[in-house]
Design a protein around this ligand. Structure first.
Ligand code: UDP
Length: 363
């Protein structure tokens, strides 16, 4: 184990600590290290069990406040997970989405460049843009990105994230690593519309909600798009491999600042190419898991229904038809490869959702 994980004077700042990934990262930091955590978010309802933890300090604030940004940048390691990442908001709230995904991260990166903190910035696999069905593996440093026109406002999120990556990469003196998640799933993902959030969450939470409410699963444009769903536990393991290398563990010297080498000045795909599935296939898998959980025959559940993207999300919706990560770079530089198979990840996610929301299924 990296001796730095044993350093009880070390503090990691987790921005977006109360969110889906942040809550899993917080638990893992407390379990696997002796570090302290400075957690920032707008709400902490997922962290009730941690609120009084002696190694945690929580701040309810967002990055619009320059004093908050300065404070976060005082810590040696800053993980920025904060973002508006609810697909239905990309169309109607483009300016807010851009502020959250570009302006705020750019301010934090600027402060980290000044203070010397290592910034681990969460971007998105959507920065690869409007990929086609026949797209192969997406490579961090060579795959070109094609976006839809300005009228296709779905790309407000991806283009803001991409600009944030470019800003971070261009900022003199910043020690940075960018993470591009490929459809992470697990407990605490997103929300149940009408219960603890509004709008349309990502596909797993939508399908789980529909199953609980006895409604048909909606397949956008027939559910032909493909994704590689990745367990959030693999994502956390990736982060620990990254921390280990960046903080001078067995994989890195800890002071590598040459662009293109080591774990600094690098973007990493984090995903599981072995878990690729079309959305229509995903729907069938989830129906089968739900039927098993409930002890009913799958034929008693409503059949999925196709719906057009515009009808479902509103004008300006567009899609990526295939999103398959190349994971060679994480394997080469960090010795990391996602391990959790699709069925295991889906079973865990859906079982958690059913248990968590069963009593609250009506809005
Ligand atoms: N999708 C769907 N039904 C839903 C929600 C999403 O068919 O209820 C589709 C969506 O059009 C996309 C895929 O599922 O093709 C993944 O969507 P999600 O919003 O989860 O994330 P994305 O990978 O597009 O960022």
């Amino acid at each position: 184990m990296n001796p730095r994980f044993d350093d009880s004077s070390f503090t990691v700042a987790i921005v977006g600590c109360g969110g889906f990934i942040g809550s899993h990262l917080l638990d893992a930091v407390l379990e696997r290290t002796r570090w302290r955590v400075f957690g920032v978010d707008l709400d902490f309802y997922r962290l009730q069990h941690r609120l009084n933890h002696e190694r945690c300090e929580f701040l309810c604030a967002d990055l619009a406040d320059p004093a908050v940004v300065e404070r976060i940048a005082q810590f040696p390691l800053v993980v920025n997970l904060a973002a508006i990442c609810t697909p239905s908001r990309y169309m109607g709230e483009a300016c807010e989405v851009i502020r959250s995904n570009y302006d705020h991260p750019a301010a934090l990166a600027t402060a980290c460049a000044k203070s010397g903190s290592w910034l681990v910035h969460f971007s998105t696999s959507e920065i690869y843009g409007k990929t086609a069905v026949e797209s192969g593996e997406l490579l961090e440093d060579s795959t070109p990105a094609v976006f839809g026109p300005v009228t296709a406002s779905r790309w407000s999120y991806a283009t803001a994230k991409l600009l944030a990556e470019r800003f971070i990469a261009g900022l003199p003196g910043l020690r940075w690593t960018v993470v591009r998640p490929f459809n992470f799933v697990g407990p605490y993902m997103d929300f149940m519309p009408g219960v603890d959030g509004e709008g349309i969450p990502r596909v797993l939470a939508n399908f789980s909600t529909a199953l609980l409410r006895g409604e048909p699963l909606k397949l956008v444009n027939g559910g032909k798009a493909k994704r590689c769903f990745t367990s959030v536990h693999d994502a956390v393991d990736f982060l620990f491999a990254l921390f280990d290398a960046g903080l001078g563990g067995s994989l890195g010297s800890g002071n590598e600042t040459v662009p293109g080498a080591g774990v600094f000045s690098q973007a990493f795909n984090v995903g599981n190419p072995g878990n690729e599935v079309s959305v229509a296939e995903l729907a069938q898998k989830m129906r089968a898991i739900f039927a098993k959980l409930r002890g009913v025959d799958v034929s008693s559940l409503p059949e999925p229904q196709s719906v057009s993207g515009e009808e479902y999300y509103g004008a300006g919706y567009d899609d990526s038809m295939r999103r398959m990560p190349s994971v060679a770079k994480a394997e080469r530089l960090l010795g990391f490869r996602a391990r959790i198979p699709l069925d295991t990840a889906l079973e865990e996610s859906l079982s958690w959702f059913v248990k968590h929301y069963d009593v609250a299924q009506t809005p």
